[in-house]
Design a protein around this ligand. Structure first.
Ligand SMILES: *Cc1c(COP(=O)(O)O)cnc(C)c1O
Length: 344
């Protein structure tokens, strides 16, 4: 099919589950039915959306005989952790540059969660830089240094977001459409967290390329709506060109909700923390404070506002991130004893 000509390393050998969320559906009681696509269960490296991207990125890396992966992210980056895990699995080295993007952090944030796992996976180096650093330049410098050391580096951009990584989410559309088909349900909405944009760009490109008629709603974790829409749209067009179906660009459907950033990137405000508790206590799901908690808060808010029509089938794409919970342990403390399910 469309994707078979691109080199790929298999890190996931079966579809991630598409599960109903009956208790959430009942709790929201808006006439729509809610599902969760479990991309937190992408097998490798603790799971998460970066694994799908890494299948194609590492396919390219291996085709270039790389022996070292270099990437970047925020201190609690899930992407860096998944890259470190995938590198370990393939016997490649991994070096990462971590931007101190989140202010006023505590010891759990600095040392636990994803940072701990990066070290557990045996990264060669974690280099910390200040917030606002030009990360693209840092990646180039790191790569140049590795080359001088006789290594063959492959550079992966932040979040694995480029036309290669996004192919993983084109693939996800295909997988999801087959699952919905098998259950004889339409997919009316896909709701997910959008950050470095590769996930939403891949999904948008996949929906357009396969002619799947679902609304795609990204809940922004950082950027204002207009900025994120433009970024995702541009990247989706690049992906469609790469796939060889640029004509599908006219069908691109990209919507972004920026009302749930909740204090800024990596900041976990009360609405985010509550949404995480709701998902845990209604469906046994582990969400995270930087991405999926915000996306879930957006899903709840839209359902409460009557945004999803009666009878609609809504899929929440769970993009992972649970290891990041341990970096925010203190912020949860005050809420753990409260009844977040009681109607307010
Ligand atoms: C990276 C990430 C996202 C955002 O995906 P992008 O492709 O960067 O937009 C969402 N959820 C989690 C848990 C992530 O780690």
């Amino acid at each position: 099919m469309l994707l078979s000509r691109f080199p790929r390393v298999r890190l996931i050998d079966q579809p991630t589950p598409l599960e109903p969320m009956p208790r959430l559906t009942q709790w929201l009681d808006c006439g729509a039915t809610f599902w969760v696509k479990r991309d937190d269960c992408t097998q490798a490296a603790g799971g998460g959306n970066k694994v799908r991207k890494l299948e194609y990125l590492l396919g390219e890396a291996l085709s270039q005989q790389a022996d070292l992966l270099i990437t970047q992210g925020a201190v609690q980056s899930n992407h860096v952790r998944q890259t470190a895990g995938a590198a370990a699995r393939l016997g490649l080295g991994c070096r990462a540059i971590l931007e101190r993007r989140v202010p006023d952090t505590d010891r759990d944030f600095e040392e636990s969660g994803n940072v701990f796992l990066d070290r557990l996976y045996g990264v060669e180096s974690l280099r910390y830089v200040a917030a606002g650093t030009d990360m693209t330049r840092e990646l180039a410098a790191e790569s140049e240094q590795a080359r001088r050391q006789g290594r063959r580096p492959y550079v992966i951009p932040g979040g694995g977001s480029n036309r290669v990584g996004a192919l993983g989410y084109v693939e996800c559309v295909f997988e999801l459409a087959a699952q919905a088909n098998a259950r004889a349900i339409p997919i009316d909405w896909i709701v997910h967290a959008t950050g470095s944009s590769g996930t939403q760009a891949g999904l948008a490109a996949g929906l357009a390329a396969f002619g799947v008629d679902a609304h795609l709603l990204g809940v922004s974790v950082r950027q204002p709506r207009a900025v994120q829409v433009a970024k995702v749209r541009a990247e989706a067009e690049t992906v469609l060109d790469y796939l060889g179906c640029p004509h599908a660009a006219s069908a691109l459907d990209v919507e972004v909700d920026d009302a749930h950033v909740d204090g800024g990137y990596g900041m976990a405000g009360p609405a985010t923390l509550r949404a995480i508790l709701v998902a845990a206590r209604l469906e046994g799901l582990l969400l995270d404070p930087t991405y999926t908690g915000k996306a879930f808060a957006g899903l709840i808010a839209r359902a409460r506002a009557g945004h999803f029509p009666r009878g609609a089938q809504v899929v929440f794409l769970h993009t992972g991130g649970a290891p990041g919970l341990f970096a925010y342990r203190q912020q949860f403390e005050a809420l753990l004893g409260s009844d977040v399910l009681k109607p307010s």
